[in-house]
Design a protein around this ligand. Structure first.
Ligand code: ATP
Ligand code: MG
Length: 412
């Protein structure tokens, strides 16, 4: 992609009410645009990051045997009345009337999923069912102050599993937990699995996936050895207490919740009458599990934990491009630079080429650091014919190598 043709360049204009690091860098870098509090457009750069995050999640969800679908966002009141959530979740749900009918915008999909399941199951042979989708969620968030970490409209991956027995649900639940850890690792984040209370969703304990970060809204108490972690909201242990396994004192830290998994059991299926005939010929309610990852929140979390004074530092796996090619002294170099650009593309390397003619080298370098692509390549008269200057975004060292050698070194 030529930077001159990219929609939405870097900008110095930040909305006055944006206080978070993620919104500041994502808006200045040209990744997102703010429509109103808690509502952002994904611009081409941001959309590329989100697409990469989604692909990682898709691969890991498929690896658990789950299948991808897409459910509607506009829901009739009647379905929410079946579980009583039209009233109990009224504060968070966007509800409205059109003509003589009432509707809600999706804030989650348990009811819709169970409605789907009850129309398509008959016997115990139909289980387990594992379905997920990527879609928008709408939530009337009162504290929409954390940029894309807390949108009133945001992207989520939600997976639902339906089982004939609690045992089968438990087994899959922990499979998903393990798969979530792989997702966060691949995205470039260090997440910890934390016990938490179910909030508006369930009375039971659930598990959250938290990334330690000072700007997080959550607080966790955890063992540095990894065998204990609870959200302070429910924590039984205290900071400083010794870990039973001898890893030292428990620590307390702020954290961002990037994922959450729940075992609802038969709570909703009883209310909605979702049942099947078990092996003994008896009617049995289905067991439901629900598993969410905040996609746009993940993008914001990466920015919160991976940046410096100059801008974002994207991990390789989710960077919008792999290489940021900068050409200096364009007048003399256009032909050469174009060749380099095309060679990189041909080698399968995703490259953003700052081909602008009317912009100084200083501005190009500053924009490059702000955007945060992992590898910077500079082509200039000084560097010389057929050669490129290479610098990683997360290092100060530069080196000069031939373009062919650079391409060979890449491991794609
Ligand atoms: P929180 O505790 O942060 O309000 P939640 O527990 O209500 O979130 P879930 O309903 O479990 O969230 O949603 C699954 C995931 O979706 C969360 O773990 C989080 O990553 C993401 N998420 C939830 N609310 C938002 C939001 N307002 N904006 C962006 N992402 C969100
Ligand atoms: Mg939560």
């Amino acid at each position: 992609m030529k930077y001159s043709e990219l929609f939405a360049k870097t900008s110095k204009q930040i909305p006055k009410d944006e206080v978070s690091v993620n919104a500041n860098l994502l808006i200045r870098g040209g990744f997102v645009d703010k429509l109103m509090a808690g509502s952002y457009s994904l611009l081409p750069l941001g959309f590329r990051v989100v697409t990469k995050i989604e692909q990682i999640i898709r691969e890991e969800m498929n690896a658990t045997g789950a299948q991808e679908i897409l459910m509607p966002l506009l829901h009739p009141k009647s379905i929410w009345n079946e579980t009583g959530r039209w009233d109990s979740a009224r504060e968070v749900m966007y509800q409205f009337k059109k003509g003589d009918k009432e509707y809600a915008l999706s804030f989650t999909h348990e009811e819709i999923l169970l409605d789907l399941v009850r129309k398509h199951i008959q016997t115990h042979r139909d289980f387990p069912i594992k379905l997920y989708h990527f879609s928008t969620k709408f939530r009337n968030e009162l504290r929409a102050k954390s940029g894309v970490l807390r949108g009133r409209e945001f992207l989520m991956k939600d997976l639902y599993s339906v089982h004939g027995t609690q045992k089968d649900l438990d087994k899959y639940y922990f499979e998903v937990a393990a798969s979530y850890m792989k997702v966060f690792e691949r995205v470039g984040l260090k997440a910890i699995q934390v016990e938490a209370a179910g909030g508006v969703f369930t009375e039971e304990n659930t598990h959250e996936f938290q990334v330690l970060c000072d700007s997080g809204e959550d607080e966790v108490i955890y063992c540095p050895g990894g065998d204990y972690a609870q959200n302070v909201e429910i924590a039984e242990a205290k900071e400083g207490q010794q870990c039973v396994l001898g890893h030292g004192p428990l620590l307390k830290a702020k954290a961002i919740e990037v994922g959450n998994i729940f075992r609802f059991g038969t709570v909703y299926s009883e209310k909605m009458g979702v049942s099947f005939t078990d092996t003994g010929g008896k009617k049995q309610y289905v067991y439901l599990g629900s598993y969410g990852i905040g996609i746009t929140r993940l993008m914001g979390t990466v920015v919160e934990v991976s940046n410096d004074d100059a801008g974002i530092i994207w991990p390789d796996q989710v960077a919008p491009f792999k290489v940021h090619l900068i050409t200096i002294d364009n007048k003399q170099l256009t032909i050469d630079a174009k060749e380099i650009y095309q060679k990189l593309i041909k080698a399968g390397i995703e490259v953003l080429w700052d081909d602008r003619m009317d912009v100084s080298a200083g501005v190009k370098f500053a924009d490059c650091d702000l955007i945060g692509i992992p590898t910077r390549l500079v082509v200039s008269k000084k560097v010389g014919e057929g050669k490129v200057e290479v610098k990683a975004r997360n290092s100060d060292e530069t080196g000069i190598i031939s373009l062919d050698a650079f391409i060979k070194k890449q491991d794609y």
